[in-house]
Design a protein around this ligand. Structure first.
Ligand code: ZN
Length: 320
Protein backbone atom coordinates (compact mmCIF):
# COMPACT_ATOMS: atom_id res chain seq x y z
CA UNK A 1 0.00 0.00 0.00
CA UNK A 2 1.42 3.37 -0.97
CA UNK A 3 0.34 6.83 0.01
CA UNK A 4 1.98 9.97 -1.15
CA UNK A 5 1.74 10.17 -4.93
CA UNK A 6 -0.04 13.40 -5.72
CA UNK A 7 -2.81 13.67 -8.25
CA UNK A 8 -1.51 17.03 -9.45
CA UNK A 9 1.73 15.39 -10.67
CA UNK A 10 0.28 11.98 -11.53
CA UNK A 11 0.80 10.70 -15.03
CA UNK A 12 -1.36 7.87 -16.21
CA UNK A 13 0.28 4.45 -16.30
CA UNK A 14 -1.48 3.80 -19.63
CA UNK A 15 -1.13 6.82 -21.93
CA UNK A 16 -1.90 4.56 -24.89
CA UNK A 17 -5.51 4.00 -23.73
CA UNK A 18 -7.94 6.79 -24.72
CA UNK A 19 -10.80 7.57 -22.35
CA UNK A 20 -14.48 8.27 -22.98
CA UNK A 21 -16.41 9.93 -20.17
CA UNK A 22 -19.86 8.35 -20.64
CA UNK A 23 -21.70 10.47 -18.07
CA UNK A 24 -21.32 14.25 -18.21
CA UNK A 25 -23.61 17.27 -17.96
CA UNK A 26 -22.26 20.20 -19.93
CA UNK A 27 -25.67 20.62 -21.51
CA UNK A 28 -25.64 23.50 -23.95
CA UNK A 29 -23.50 25.78 -21.78
CA UNK A 30 -20.90 27.24 -24.13
CA UNK A 31 -18.47 28.29 -21.38
CA UNK A 32 -18.57 24.84 -19.80
CA UNK A 33 -18.01 23.07 -23.11
CA UNK A 34 -14.99 25.29 -23.77
CA UNK A 35 -13.68 24.56 -20.28
CA UNK A 36 -14.04 20.81 -20.82
CA UNK A 37 -11.75 21.32 -23.80
CA UNK A 38 -9.23 23.10 -21.58
CA UNK A 39 -9.39 20.23 -19.07
CA UNK A 40 -8.74 17.86 -21.95
CA UNK A 41 -5.72 19.91 -23.04
CA UNK A 42 -4.22 19.97 -19.54
CA UNK A 43 -4.75 16.25 -19.07
CA UNK A 44 -2.98 15.63 -22.35
CA UNK A 45 -0.09 18.05 -21.88
CA UNK A 46 0.66 17.47 -18.21
CA UNK A 47 -0.63 13.97 -17.44
CA UNK A 48 -0.37 12.06 -20.73
CA UNK A 49 -4.10 11.32 -20.66
CA UNK A 50 -6.14 11.23 -23.87
CA UNK A 51 -9.67 12.19 -22.73
CA UNK A 52 -11.02 11.78 -26.23
CA UNK A 53 -14.79 12.11 -25.84
CA UNK A 54 -17.65 13.08 -23.53
CA UNK A 55 -21.22 11.82 -23.65
CA UNK A 56 -23.24 14.90 -22.67
CA UNK A 57 -26.44 13.82 -20.92
CA UNK A 58 -28.22 17.15 -21.23
CA UNK A 59 -28.49 19.64 -18.38
CA UNK A 60 -32.24 19.53 -17.85
CA UNK A 61 -33.00 22.64 -19.89
CA UNK A 62 -30.93 22.38 -23.04
CA UNK A 63 -32.91 22.64 -26.27
CA UNK A 64 -32.72 19.75 -28.70
CA UNK A 65 -31.35 22.06 -31.41
CA UNK A 66 -28.05 22.12 -29.57
CA UNK A 67 -26.96 18.65 -30.79
CA UNK A 68 -25.09 20.09 -33.76
CA UNK A 69 -23.78 23.16 -31.96
CA UNK A 70 -22.40 21.03 -29.11
CA UNK A 71 -20.62 18.89 -31.67
CA UNK A 72 -19.01 21.83 -33.42
CA UNK A 73 -18.15 23.73 -30.20
CA UNK A 74 -16.35 20.65 -28.91
CA UNK A 75 -14.64 19.98 -32.21
CA UNK A 76 -16.46 16.64 -32.39
CA UNK A 77 -15.26 15.60 -28.93
CA UNK A 78 -18.70 15.63 -27.33
CA UNK A 79 -21.99 13.90 -28.19
CA UNK A 80 -25.27 15.27 -26.89
CA UNK A 81 -28.05 12.98 -25.64
CA UNK A 82 -31.55 14.23 -25.03
CA UNK A 83 -32.40 13.83 -21.34
CA UNK A 84 -35.36 13.89 -19.00
CA UNK A 85 -35.03 14.64 -15.29
CA UNK A 86 -38.70 14.57 -14.40
CA UNK A 87 -40.39 11.29 -15.39
CA UNK A 88 -43.86 12.73 -14.83
CA UNK A 89 -43.24 15.11 -17.70
CA UNK A 90 -42.95 12.12 -20.02
CA UNK A 91 -46.62 11.40 -19.45
CA UNK A 92 -47.51 15.05 -19.89
CA UNK A 93 -45.49 15.21 -23.10
CA UNK A 94 -47.19 12.19 -24.66
CA UNK A 95 -45.74 9.44 -26.78
CA UNK A 96 -45.87 11.23 -30.16
CA UNK A 97 -43.93 14.25 -28.99
CA UNK A 98 -41.48 11.93 -27.25
CA UNK A 99 -40.90 9.95 -30.43
CA UNK A 100 -40.30 13.10 -32.47
CA UNK A 101 -37.66 14.38 -30.08
CA UNK A 102 -35.93 11.11 -29.31
CA UNK A 103 -35.53 10.28 -32.97
CA UNK A 104 -33.15 13.27 -33.13
CA UNK A 105 -30.86 11.75 -30.51
CA UNK A 106 -28.68 8.61 -30.49
CA UNK A 107 -29.88 7.70 -27.00
CA UNK A 108 -32.15 8.82 -24.20
CA UNK A 109 -31.22 9.78 -20.65
CA UNK A 110 -33.80 9.27 -17.89
CA UNK A 111 -33.49 10.29 -14.27
CA UNK A 112 -35.61 8.08 -12.02
CA UNK A 113 -34.59 8.64 -8.42
CA UNK A 114 -36.84 8.66 -5.36
CA UNK A 115 -40.07 10.67 -5.68
CA UNK A 116 -39.04 12.75 -2.68
CA UNK A 117 -36.16 14.17 -4.71
CA UNK A 118 -38.42 15.44 -7.51
CA UNK A 119 -40.13 18.77 -7.78
CA UNK A 120 -43.27 17.43 -9.33
CA UNK A 121 -45.42 14.45 -8.53
CA UNK A 122 -48.44 15.18 -10.64
CA UNK A 123 -48.98 11.62 -11.76
CA UNK A 124 -47.69 9.86 -8.63
CA UNK A 125 -45.22 8.00 -10.77
CA UNK A 126 -43.21 6.23 -8.09
CA UNK A 127 -41.57 3.23 -9.73
CA UNK A 128 -39.96 2.73 -13.11
CA UNK A 129 -41.96 -0.41 -13.88
CA UNK A 130 -45.16 1.68 -14.05
CA UNK A 131 -47.06 0.42 -17.10
CA UNK A 132 -47.76 4.00 -18.23
CA UNK A 133 -44.09 4.25 -19.13
CA UNK A 134 -43.96 1.02 -21.13
CA UNK A 135 -44.92 2.59 -24.51
CA UNK A 136 -41.91 4.90 -24.17
CA UNK A 137 -39.55 2.05 -23.39
CA UNK A 138 -41.06 -0.05 -26.18
CA UNK A 139 -40.40 2.76 -28.66
CA UNK A 140 -36.75 2.94 -27.61
CA UNK A 141 -36.39 -0.82 -27.74
CA UNK A 142 -38.06 -1.23 -31.14
CA UNK A 143 -35.94 1.52 -32.66
CA UNK A 144 -32.66 0.39 -31.15
CA UNK A 145 -32.25 3.57 -29.09
CA UNK A 146 -30.38 2.91 -25.84
CA UNK A 147 -31.48 4.19 -22.46
CA UNK A 148 -28.29 5.95 -21.37
CA UNK A 149 -27.33 7.12 -17.89
CA UNK A 150 -30.56 5.69 -16.45
CA UNK A 151 -30.59 6.88 -12.85
CA UNK A 152 -32.23 4.35 -10.52
CA UNK A 153 -32.71 4.89 -6.78
CA UNK A 154 -30.05 6.79 -4.81
CA UNK A 155 -27.07 5.76 -2.64
CA UNK A 156 -28.09 3.64 0.36
CA UNK A 157 -25.40 2.85 2.92
CA UNK A 158 -25.49 0.09 5.50
CA UNK A 159 -26.98 0.37 9.00
CA UNK A 160 -25.16 2.98 11.06
CA UNK A 161 -23.67 4.55 7.97
CA UNK A 162 -26.63 5.44 5.73
CA UNK A 163 -26.22 8.22 3.20
CA UNK A 164 -28.47 11.30 3.22
CA UNK A 165 -29.52 10.57 -0.37
CA UNK A 166 -31.69 7.53 0.29
CA UNK A 167 -31.43 6.48 3.94
CA UNK A 168 -34.46 4.17 3.84
CA UNK A 169 -33.48 0.69 2.55
CA UNK A 170 -37.13 -0.21 1.87
CA UNK A 171 -37.52 2.74 -0.53
CA UNK A 172 -34.20 1.79 -2.09
CA UNK A 173 -35.01 -1.88 -2.69
CA UNK A 174 -38.50 -1.17 -4.00
CA UNK A 175 -36.86 0.90 -6.72
CA UNK A 176 -34.22 -1.71 -7.47
CA UNK A 177 -36.76 -4.52 -7.77
CA UNK A 178 -38.92 -2.28 -10.00
CA UNK A 179 -35.85 -1.78 -12.15
CA UNK A 180 -35.49 -5.53 -12.55
CA UNK A 181 -39.11 -5.68 -13.71
CA UNK A 182 -38.26 -3.13 -16.40
CA UNK A 183 -35.43 -5.40 -17.56
CA UNK A 184 -37.73 -8.42 -17.58
CA UNK A 185 -40.48 -6.61 -19.51
CA UNK A 186 -38.11 -5.07 -22.09
CA UNK A 187 -35.45 -7.69 -22.78
CA UNK A 188 -34.33 -6.03 -26.03
CA UNK A 189 -33.86 -2.57 -24.52
CA UNK A 190 -30.21 -1.60 -24.20
CA UNK A 191 -29.80 -0.06 -20.75
CA UNK A 192 -26.72 1.70 -19.39
CA UNK A 193 -27.57 2.25 -15.74
CA UNK A 194 -25.98 5.34 -14.24
CA UNK A 195 -23.88 5.08 -11.08
CA UNK A 196 -23.86 1.26 -11.17
CA UNK A 197 -27.65 1.45 -10.55
CA UNK A 198 -26.43 2.68 -7.14
CA UNK A 199 -25.76 -0.93 -6.14
CA UNK A 200 -22.26 0.08 -5.12
CA UNK A 201 -22.51 1.29 -1.52
CA UNK A 202 -22.51 -2.08 0.28
CA UNK A 203 -20.78 -5.39 -0.50
CA UNK A 204 -24.12 -7.19 -0.63
CA UNK A 205 -25.41 -4.64 -3.15
CA UNK A 206 -22.45 -5.46 -5.36
CA UNK A 207 -23.52 -9.11 -5.28
CA UNK A 208 -26.98 -8.10 -6.45
CA UNK A 209 -25.42 -6.07 -9.26
CA UNK A 210 -23.49 -9.21 -10.26
CA UNK A 211 -26.80 -11.06 -10.39
CA UNK A 212 -28.42 -8.39 -12.60
CA UNK A 213 -25.49 -8.23 -15.01
CA UNK A 214 -25.30 -12.02 -15.21
CA UNK A 215 -29.03 -12.34 -15.82
CA UNK A 216 -29.75 -9.47 -18.25
CA UNK A 217 -27.36 -9.39 -21.16
CA UNK A 218 -28.48 -5.93 -22.38
CA UNK A 219 -27.64 -4.27 -19.07
CA UNK A 220 -24.50 -2.17 -18.67
CA UNK A 221 -23.44 0.33 -16.01
CA UNK A 222 -21.47 3.52 -15.83
CA UNK A 223 -19.43 4.33 -12.72
CA UNK A 224 -20.08 8.08 -12.60
CA UNK A 225 -19.98 9.51 -9.06
CA UNK A 226 -19.47 6.05 -7.55
CA UNK A 227 -15.78 6.48 -6.63
CA UNK A 228 -16.74 8.36 -3.46
CA UNK A 229 -18.35 5.15 -2.11
CA UNK A 230 -15.55 2.71 -2.99
CA UNK A 231 -14.16 2.98 0.55
CA UNK A 232 -17.40 1.36 1.80
CA UNK A 233 -16.68 -1.79 -0.20
CA UNK A 234 -14.18 -4.55 0.35
CA UNK A 235 -11.37 -3.67 -2.04
CA UNK A 236 -10.89 -7.25 -3.30
CA UNK A 237 -14.63 -7.64 -3.85
CA UNK A 238 -14.75 -4.45 -5.91
CA UNK A 239 -11.60 -5.33 -7.84
CA UNK A 240 -12.96 -8.79 -8.64
CA UNK A 241 -16.22 -7.20 -9.81
CA UNK A 242 -14.41 -4.86 -12.22
CA UNK A 243 -12.40 -7.73 -13.65
CA UNK A 244 -15.35 -10.14 -13.99
CA UNK A 245 -17.66 -7.58 -15.63
CA UNK A 246 -15.10 -5.45 -17.45
CA UNK A 247 -17.07 -5.74 -20.71
CA UNK A 248 -20.16 -4.24 -19.03
CA UNK A 249 -18.69 -1.21 -17.22
CA UNK A 250 -18.23 2.31 -18.68
CA UNK A 251 -16.03 5.00 -17.21
CA UNK A 252 -17.88 8.18 -16.22
CA UNK A 253 -17.61 11.04 -13.75
CA UNK A 254 -20.88 13.03 -13.58
CA UNK A 255 -18.95 16.24 -14.27
CA UNK A 256 -21.32 19.19 -14.61
CA UNK A 257 -20.81 22.89 -15.14
CA UNK A 258 -17.19 24.02 -15.00
CA UNK A 259 -16.22 27.65 -14.40
CA UNK A 260 -13.03 29.26 -15.70
CA UNK A 261 -11.57 29.24 -12.20
CA UNK A 262 -12.17 25.55 -11.50
CA UNK A 263 -10.36 23.93 -14.43
CA UNK A 264 -7.32 22.88 -12.35
CA UNK A 265 -9.61 21.39 -9.73
CA UNK A 266 -11.40 19.26 -12.31
CA UNK A 267 -8.11 18.11 -13.82
CA UNK A 268 -7.21 16.89 -10.31
CA UNK A 269 -10.59 15.20 -9.93
CA UNK A 270 -10.12 13.29 -13.17
CA UNK A 271 -6.62 12.28 -12.10
CA UNK A 272 -7.89 10.95 -8.78
CA UNK A 273 -10.27 8.66 -10.66
CA UNK A 274 -7.45 7.43 -12.89
CA UNK A 275 -5.25 6.82 -9.82
CA UNK A 276 -8.00 4.81 -8.12
CA UNK A 277 -8.46 2.58 -11.16
CA UNK A 278 -4.82 2.22 -12.18
CA UNK A 279 -2.67 2.22 -9.03
CA UNK A 280 -2.45 0.51 -5.68
CA UNK A 281 -2.06 3.87 -3.92
CA UNK A 282 -4.33 5.20 -1.22
CA UNK A 283 -5.90 8.12 -3.09
CA UNK A 284 -7.03 11.18 -1.12
CA UNK A 285 -10.60 11.57 -2.37
CA UNK A 286 -12.05 11.04 -5.81
CA UNK A 287 -14.21 12.95 -8.25
CA UNK A 288 -16.56 13.83 -5.40
CA UNK A 289 -15.79 13.53 -1.69
CA UNK A 290 -12.57 13.49 0.32
CA UNK A 291 -12.48 9.97 1.76
CA UNK A 292 -9.25 8.02 1.22
CA UNK A 293 -9.74 5.26 -1.35
CA UNK A 294 -7.51 2.24 -1.83
CA UNK A 295 -6.56 1.99 -5.51
CA UNK A 296 -7.67 -1.07 -7.48
CA UNK A 297 -4.61 -1.57 -9.70
CA UNK A 298 -6.78 -2.98 -12.48
CA UNK A 299 -5.12 -4.91 -15.31
CA UNK A 300 -4.52 -3.08 -18.57
CA UNK A 301 -7.03 -5.15 -20.56
CA UNK A 302 -9.75 -4.31 -18.00
CA UNK A 303 -8.95 -0.60 -18.18
CA UNK A 304 -9.03 -0.73 -21.97
CA UNK A 305 -12.62 -1.97 -21.86
CA UNK A 306 -13.78 0.35 -19.06
CA UNK A 307 -12.07 3.49 -20.36
CA UNK A 308 -12.77 3.02 -24.03
CA UNK A 309 -13.94 -0.19 -25.72
CA UNK A 310 -17.37 -0.49 -24.11
CA UNK A 311 -18.37 3.14 -24.61
CA UNK A 312 -17.13 3.11 -28.19
CA UNK A 313 -18.99 -0.11 -29.02
CA UNK A 314 -22.26 0.95 -27.33
CA UNK A 315 -22.36 4.70 -27.87
CA UNK A 316 -19.68 6.48 -29.81
CA UNK A 317 -19.99 4.56 -33.04
CA UNK A 318 -23.64 5.71 -33.17
CA UNK A 319 -22.66 9.37 -33.12
CA UNK A 320 -19.81 9.45 -35.64
ZN1 ZN B 1 -25.50 12.63 -13.81
Amino acid sequence: MFKGRCQSTFRTLYPEIPRIDAHTHAGADIGTICNYMRIREQLSNNHKVDLMHWINLDNRHAPIQCIDSVKSLSDGKMSFVYGNYNPESLLQEGIQSFEARVSESFGYKLWFGPVARRQSNLFHLELINDERLYPYFSYLSENGIPLIGLHIADPNGQFGDRTPWCPNPIVFWRQITAFEQLLIQHPDLLVIAAHGAWLVCQDAQLDYLRYLLSTYSNLYIDIAATFQYFNRLNRENLRDFFIQYSDRILFGTDIGFVSNSSIDEFVDRYNKCFMVLETNDVVPGSFFGNEDIQGLALPKEVLMRVYYDNAYRLLLHRTL
